[in-house]
Design a protein around this ligand. Sequence first.
Ligand SMILES: [Zn+2]
Ligand SMILES: [Zn+2]
Length: 84
Amino acid sequence: MTTECEHRQVSNATRQCTECGEEMISWHKSEQRIVAGSAPNAPSFLAGFEVIYECARCSSDEPRGCGRTHRGEYLNAAGKSRRD
Ligand SMILES: [Zn+2]
Ligand SMILES: [Zn+2]
């Protein structure tokens, strides 16, 4: 059995792995916040979003998994990547 692609880098535009071209089946954005100061109730600001993808293999019980870390380009607080 050959080593399968772990889809580490996914294009936000196409939702396909940049290495093998497989299309991801779902995705979500994960908020990244910066806390201003060290006080327990310090205000936090939205810094941007990590885009996390799931491929068809993520939900299967195959012994050889896909790594389950499929990320797109980081988005800023306005939802734009650096190339937009
Ligand atoms: Zn791939
Ligand atoms: Zn996967």
